[in-house]
Structure formats: C-alpha cells, structure tokens
Ligand binder design. Sequence first.
Ligand SMILES: C[S@@+](CC[C@H](N)C(=O)[O-])C[C@H]1O[C@@H](n2cnc3c(N)ncnc32)[C@H](O)[C@@H]1O
Length: 212
Amino acid sequence: MSESKRIDPKSHWEKEFLQKASQEESWYQPRLEMSLALLPVTGVEKEAGIIDVGGGTSTFVDDLVDAGYSDVTVLDIAAPALKRVKERLGDRAADVHWIEADVRRVPLPPARFSLWHDRAVFHFLTEQESRERYKATMKSALRLGGHAIFATFDLDGPPQCSGLDVVRYSPESLLAELGPGLRLIHGARETHETPSGNPQEFTYACFQKIDE
Ligand SMILES: C[S@@+](CC[C@H](N)C(=O)[O-])C[C@H]1O[C@@H](n2cnc3c(N)ncnc32)[C@H](O)[C@@H]1O
C-alpha cells in the first residue's frame, strides 16, 4: 500500500499497538543490541540530548536511562505505545521527555539533540515529500557534530512491514537519501529474527552531522 493510499498513520499505529503485545510485533527485540553497540561509536555524553524517534515500545529508552543518560526524549505518533513504555518504566518515566507527535510535523528546538535514533521508522516514508519533512526536522534538531543512528530494512530485506510498503536501504543509499551535511561513519547489517521465526535483513548506519 503506498503512503498516500494508506489510512491515517496515527490510526494505523495506534491500532497496531492496541491489538498486539510488544513481543508479538515483527520488529520486536528484547534489547536493541545493535543500537546500544553503536553508542560508543558516537561518543555521546551522559548529559547530552538523545531522541528515540518512533521509539514504539522498544526497550532502548530503558537501557539509556539505566546507563545514566539523563536527557532522553521518546517521540512517537502512537499514544498507546508511549503509555505502555511509561507504565513499564514506572518511576523512571519521570526522567524521560515524552512527545506524542508525527515526526514529519513536530516543531523541535534547533540543535536540541546530540543523538537522533530511528529504528524502523524512516523506511515507512515512501513519498519524497514525507522524507523531506522528516529530514528537515532531523537536520534542524541535531546539533552540529551530533550523530544519527538509523536502522531500516536492508536492500534484500522485506518490502513491507506492518502491512505497509517500505523503502529499503544500504548505508550508502541511506546517506544519499539523507543528503548533504552528514557523513557516514559506520554501517552494518543485522539479520533480525521476528518472533515468528522469520529472518529479516536490517541495515544499521551511523552518521555525523558535519555541516548545517
Ligand atoms: C516498526 S515500529 C518500530 C518501533 C521501535 N523503533 C522499535 O525498534 O521497536 C515503527 C514505530 O514508528 C512509529 N511511527 C510511525 N510513523 C511515525 C511518524 N510519522 N511519526 C512518529 N512516529 C511514527 C510507530 O508508531 C511505531 O512505534
């Protein structure tokens, strides 16, 4: 289904999270090991602003808070996902900033973040206009010298996720899409096994913002 023919993304994702437990989602991982392993590559400091864009119900925020990162934001379009993560975190939820919004439309303060993290969100943007809006938001909100970690389906990954078409990338094609002002500092592949046992090839790429 193309992005334009799709139902409203907020309804789609809220329904998804209301109908399934986190462990039933195809993208579920108990811990985002690849993303966590890339943190030292970025050199992000414990006090730096970090945003998990489309964080869903992933445990990345739990691991960041437990590791002592003190300025973590989770943004997602789906209220039920944010609610579930807040409940899971309990008292620790008060240490996190929460934004319920569409990343393509949210006003984020310029240079607010040193690390932008996106696992399996950007690849749903099949229309150039959506990608341009996303990129403008990211590039403005990321400080110069800051880093962005992206995970998308790889070129030989599935063409769809959650019943929606995706755009598949290699680290290099992702750099070409994200455009000038970023440099690729690390690329990797991961074969993710879905809860139902199917392998899915993911690309991981870490970029640094080198120009405004
Ligand atoms: C495939 S899930 C990945 C969730 C999480 N990053 C993970 O790795 O477990 C995609 C997530 O992106 C969110 N999302 C989709 N489109 C979005 C948008 N335009 N703005 C913000 N969040 C969005 C969904 O609600 C969902 O939580």
